[in-house]
Design a protein around this ligand. Structure first.
Ligand code: SAH
Length: 352
């Protein structure tokens, strides 16, 4: 599979010249026939990478309770769009709906579920995990009908293509993918305007595609009321080469296996925060995932689960909690950002 895509990319480069990094990423992830997100059901212990909701049910449950509080803050509307961007195997949402139904049956009854997903195999899995909630699927946010919405996005933005620019001795250049000896290699393209003060060798990342999706999302939140919760790899900076490929839980060369490895890049939360403000919405955070989950009560939830657990389950629960919150695991590498319509209170987990 990947060979076919690598050959196609090489042929394109020979014919039309080097590709910007974003174009390479777009082909590797979204090529209609061979793209990674078209062909691989990537997530889980037997897939290529594992995500927070796949580590523990507590993650989705706490997000379900978070959404219930937001629904109350919105004035308990009788119908609310609960939207997830890139729901993976549907695990987060299944856990969230179960917790919501228990804590707030009125909220659960108000939910009209909308899933934005392009991968047919993952859509099928989501359909199995969430059949009882009768979800509606969309290729992008544009077709989700207007109405107050709570939008969840876990590890969604990091999958959208980024461009990179590099500081060389001769100034800033676009980073491109070209070919050498029949292989894909990185090179330097056209000069670009200086994006930041940084020493020679520095890489700066930017993503028009993420910004477009984020801007549309935040405009919707501001004008139709609602809130978004975005959790992802990232920081408040765009400096640094964060492009990373993972296959079967191992890091691989980003150019080695297009279409067969997951490709991600860190999210620049400072851009998302600025875009929220520009759209007339309010950004809260980002806060590190560990702090966010602690404030939502992960320790109390774990204690409840531990009471009914076998010794083996106890070890799993404790290990899962550590993976989600400890600084040397996902606790600080991942950040949570909430974006709300003006006039809403500070959402749970974001008050300091
Ligand atoms: N949120 C899930 C999955 C994260 S992986 C979890 O935490 O486990 C990224 C998800 O986004 C996958 O479901 C992938 O198929 C989907 N996806 C990636 N790019 C997309 C796009 N442009 N539009 C819609 N879905 C996309």
């Amino acid at each position: 599979m990947s060979r076919a895509l690598a050959e196609e990319i090489l042929a394109r480069i020979r014919e039309h010249g080097p590709l910007p990094v974003s174009e390479y990423m777009r082909l590797a992830l979204f090529h209609p026939e061979h793209g990674y997100y078209r062909t691989h059901a990537a997530i889980g212990a037997r897939g290529d990478f594992i995500t927070a909701p796949e580590i523990s049910q507590m993650f989705g449950e706490l997000i379900g309770l978070w959404a219930a509080e937001l629904w109350a803050a919105l004035g308990r509307p009788p119908t609310l769009h609960l939207v997830e961007l890139g729901p993976g195997r549907g695990t987060l949402m299944a856990d969230a709906l179960r917790a919501a139904a228990k804590a707030s049956p009125d909220f659960r009854a108000a939910i009209d579920l909308h899933l934005v997903e392009i991968n047919p195999e993952l859509r099928r899995r989501q359909g199995e995990a969430l059949a009882a909630a009768r979800p509606h699927w969309h290729d992008d946010l544009g077709t989700v009908p207007t109405r107050p919405a709570i939008v969840i996005a876990n590890e969604f933005f990091d999958a959208l293509p980024v461009d990179q620019v590099v500081r060389t001795e001769a100034g800033w250049r676009q980073r491109v993918v070209e070919h050498a000896d029949g292989r894909l290699v990185f090179g330097h393209g056209d000069p670009v305007a200086k994006p930041a003060e940084a020493p020679v060798g520095s890489v700066f990342e930017l993503s028009p595609e993420r910004e477009m999706i984020a801007a549309r999302l935040f405009e919707r939140i501001a004008s139709q009321r609602g809130a978004a919760l975005i959790i992802d790899y990232g920081s408040m900076s765009a400096l640094g080469d964060s492009l990373q490929a993972v296959r079967a839980h191992q890091k691989v060369e980003p150019l080695a296996e297009p279409g067969d490895a997951d490709l991600t890049a860190h999210v620049d939360f400072s851009r998302l925060t600025a875009l929220a403000g520009a759209a007339g919405a309010v950004a809260h955070g980002p806060v590190p995932q560990g702090a966010f989950l602690r404030r939502l009560g992960i320790a109390a939830r774990a204690a409840t689960l531990l009471r009914a657990a076998t010794p083996a389950q106890k070890r799993d629960i404790e290990q899962a909690m550590r993976r989600l919150i400890e600084p040397d695991e996902m606790g600080t590498l991942f950040q949570a950002l909430a974006v709300t319509a003006p006039g809403l209170p500070i959402p749970p987990g974001f008050d300091v």
